[in-house]
Design a protein around this ligand. Structure first.
Ligand code: ADP
Length: 810
């Protein structure tokens, strides 16, 4: 090969090799380096088989293309042959599909030199690949579009997808895993297979739940892109590898079903018997399928929603719940439901003939409000509910709640709620009071009322109304000035309250009922007086009771004053009577004394009898005198006229003298009088008062002593003189011990034992006046002992006040 051949080859752009007859490389141009990466020097001398391992038909190392020497190589063949597709080896070991054309070098046939020209097939191959893929996708798309046009739900659509994959793409089994939105898990919704005998795999699959990213479906879900597996039985990420291996499933493709807004509905998985070899086309098919299916599900959702919405609106339209109407941009009614027509008294005919419009439906005074509402609706697209009035066919006004929404193109849907059933109730309850407050007031024993600034009732509530013979709300609208014409207090209070004063007042009605009312002025938002609120509590019973109490108190007071007056009168009487009686008694005593003296001196036999009778009379007189003294003392004590004449007194001697005076009386009743005196016991006392104390005690002892001996003991103890009078008679019941020292207090029947009940009273008064104390101890039926303690120093040193009951002193 001469130099020209090489020069020619180098000047050509296509990759070219020159071969000798034994198919060794004689020359390679620059294009070869570009094509396979070998440099010219690296290629020189190499056998062609190192560059094209599969050989070139008609030129193989086993069967050299070169003809026997002298004949050249196959000179009988045409010079240029059709090209062959072969796999050439790059310098880095990777194959490259090329097209080769073999041609003899003109003029060098004798040397057996031939030229191999190369043509890279990459672009073409890619084109072919794309074409094949496009054909697959096109077929699938067409099949799915058809299937989806019939499918009514997700399951049906999924099954169609799986079957199309099986029939058009040769997959053996497929599953659609649906994402359970609430639970966030993938659950098999449907499974398709063409081949029988895959029951185990199918049932394992259908019994599974996957929580993404679990398993290959889980992976596809999380990644939001297809996951390809050449052989799932060798794929660590695949959870059902065992059963897949048993059932002979190997190739696997998993892809998410993607809806709009990157929503993932679920995952499709496909299995083939043979391992998958081509990843890219599988993945391309998968993502196309995933999107196609996803978009279908999007549409399905939308239709479902629309259907639901349509049904809901239809149901609302037909249900007799609230009035609905549709109006156009000019305010004319296009349609209205039966509820609305009935509410306003119109017929369907009225709507059909286009007679109804907002202008017709709105009462004149509502028109402005409605117009501004419609303006707001045009601006916002929706008009939140507001209270208003609509005009009925009979021209009356219906109180309603309205709300509208724009439907587009100027059309508006409006709901109308009839408030006429609710309005009257509302009139009876204050706007500001909620239901709970209302219920509370309705059951409270009060009357809650409100007056507007003209005195008209706007509210009248509460259980207290019953007493007035009224029902809640009955007087609403009436004037307080009419209703309570005959109750001037109420009218005066209402006027005060409406003038803005807050106050409490008690109101007695002419019916006898009495109320205590809290009047509170009401103000409007601008602070102007708008009326008054009153809370009236029925206090009739309370007032009645208070009245009775006052009456009882007065009566008791009167009785007490009367009793005091009686006591005073009695004391006065006693005082006067005893004083007046004492004088004749003294002169009588004197007369008796004179007569007795004369009789004793007489010496006549009848004189002895006279003496005896006169003695008897004198004893009676003395008894009478003692009683007079008692009465006199009592009145003195009562009048605070008790005067003490203090002097040195020896108590034992004093007691002895008193007892001597009782000797005669004691003998007559057979009573022994004993004195045990450890004298002298000298103190600073009033002799006559002390005599009276001893006299009264001894007299009682004889009177109630039942003839048993009476013992009197006198002694001193420290600064005190102690006197005890003991009898063994009838005794005193314990319950009476505390009271016998009181004025006129007695513990025995008058018929059995006479007496005023003043003896012990006087004893206590006198002893206490002398600074001492007295009390009694007794056992019923066994006798009594009276203790008297007197300070030797006299009345200046008082004993502590006596204890409430006599027993406590012991
Ligand atoms: P009077 O003896 O006049 O009834 P007193 O004031 O002397 O009044 O006595 C009051 C009451 O005390 C008597 O009515 C009697 O019931 C009771 N009483 C007084 N002393 C004795 C006594 N020694 N034994 C029993 N009861 C007595």
């Amino acid at each position: 090969m001469d130099i020209d051949v090489r020069r020619v080859l180098d000047s050509l752009g296509d990759p070219l090799l020159a071969l000798d007859r034994s198919a060794r490389i004689l020359h390679a141009n620059a294009g070869m380096k570009e094509l396979l990466g070998w440099s010219r020097l690296e290629l020189l001398g190499r056998p062609l088989s190192q560059v094209i391992p599969g050989g070139v038909p008609g030129l193989t190392p086993e069967r050299p293309a070169a003809p026997p020497p002298g004949r050249g190589w196959e000179p009988h063949r045409p010079l240029s042959r059709p090209p062959h597709r072969v796999s050439a080896l790059r310098r880095d070991g990777r194959p490259r599909e090329v097209e080769v054309r073999l041609s003899p070098w003109p003029g060098a046939e004798a040397e057996g030199v031939c030229i191999l020209s190369f043509h890279a097939l990459d672009a073409q191959q890619e084109l072919e690949r794309q074409l094949r893929l496009f054909r697959r996708l096109h077929l699938l798309d067409a099949a799915l579009t058809q299937a989806f046009s019939h499918a009514t739900d997700e399951e049906e659509a999924a099954y169609a997808v799986l079957r199309a994959c099986g029939e058009l793409e040769g997959w053996t089994l497929g599953t659609y895993w649906r994402l359970e939105p609430g639970a966030g898990v993938l659950m098999p919704l449907t499974l398709w297979t063409a081949s029988p005998g895959l029951g185990d795999f199918a049932s394992t699959t259908l019994g599974r739940t996957l929580t993404p990213p679990e398993g290959l479906p889980g992976q596809a879900w999380v990644r939001r892109e297809p996951v390809w597996s050449r052989d799932v039985t060798r794929d660590g990420r695949f959870l059902r590898a065992d059963v897949a291996a048993r059932q002979g499933l190997h190739g696997g493709l998993f892809f998410p079903v993607l809806g709009g807004g990157s929503r993932v509905y679920g995952v499709v998985e496909l299995f083939s018997r043979a391992p998958r070899e081509e990843r890219e086309p599988d993945e391309a098919v998968a993502s196309s399928l995933g999107h196609h299916f996803g978009r279908f599900l999007d549409r399905l959702r939308l239709t479902e929603r629309e259907l639901t919405r349509d049904t809901a609106v239809r149901a609302l339209w037909d249900a007799d719940l609230l009035g609905l109407l549709i109006s156009n941009a000019h305010g004319r009614l296009l349609d209205a439901n039966t509820t609305l027509l009935r509410m306003l008294g119109y017929t369907r005919q009225d709507v059909r003939e286009g007679r109804l419009s907002w202008r017709v439906l709105s009462p004149p005074r509502q028109r402005l409000a409605l117009e501004s509402a419609l303006r707001r609706l045009r601006a916002d697209g929706v008009l939140h509910s507001f209270e208003g009035e609509l005009r009925r066919k009979d021209d009356s006004a219906a109180p309603v709640l309205l709300g509208s929404a724009s439907l587009g193109n100027g059309r508006v849907m409006t709901f109308v709620l009839d408030l006429s059933d609710w309005k009257p109730q509302e009139a009876t309850g204050p706007h500001e009071a909620d239901a709970r407050l209302h219920a509370l007031i309705a059951h409270a024993p009060v009357v809650l009322f409100a007056l507007d600034r003209d005195g008209l009732f706007t509210l009248s509530e509460g259980q207290g109304l019953e007493a007035l013979g009224l029902k809640p709300g009955q007087v609403v609208g009436m004037s307080v000035f009419d209703l309570y014409r005959g109750e001037p207090t109420i009218l005066a209070h209402a006027r005060r309250a409406l003038a803005g004063e807050e106050f409490y007042a008690v109101e007695s009605l002419s019916t006898g009922l009495v109320y205590e009312t809290h009047w509170v002025p009401l103000k409007d938002p601008e602070g102007r007086q708008s009326g008054t609120l009153g809370l009236a509590t029925d206090v009739t019973q309370r007032e009645r009771e208070a009245h009775w109490r006052a009456q009882l108190f007065t009566e008791a007071e009167e009785a007490r004053a009367e009793a005091e007056r009686a006591v005073r009168l009695r004391d006065e009487f006693l005082s006067v009577a005893s004083h007046e009686l004492k004088t004749p008694l003294t002169s009588l005593n004197l007369q008796l004394h004179v007569l007795l003296k004369r009789a004793r001196q007489g010496g006549r036999p009848e004189d002895a009898e006279t003496v005896e009778r006169l003695e008897k009379a004198r004893r009676q007189l003395q008894k009478l005198a003692r009683m007079m003294d008692d009465l006199l003392d009592v009145s003195r004590v009562a009048e605070g006229r008790l005067r003490l004449e203090l002097g040195e007194v020896e108590l034992v001697q004093l007691v002895r003298e008193v007892l001597e005076r009782f000797q005669e009386e004691a003998q007559r009743s057979g009573t022994r009088l004993e004195l045990a005196g450890e004298g002298p016991v000298v103190g600073r006392w009033d002799r006559s008062k002390l005599e009276q104390v001893v006299t009264n005690l001894v007299s009682n002892a004889l009177k109630y002593g039942a003839g048993a001996p009476v013992e009197v003991r006198v002694r001193s103890s420290g600064a005190m003189a102690l006197l005890e009078v003991t009898d063994h008679g009838i005794g005193i019941p314990p319950e009476d011990l505390g009271r016998i020292f009181g004025k006129f207090e007695r513990a025995v029947p008058v018929r059995q034992y006479g007496g005023f009940g003043l003896g012990l009273y006087i004893v206590r008064q006198l002893v206490e006046a002398l600074g001492g104390a007295v009390d009694a101890e007794s056992t019923r039926g066994q006798g009594s002992t009276f203790h008297v303690a007197l300070p030797l120093a006299g009345p200046e040193t008082r004993l502590p006040p006596p204890a409430p009951t006599a027993g406590d002193l012991h």
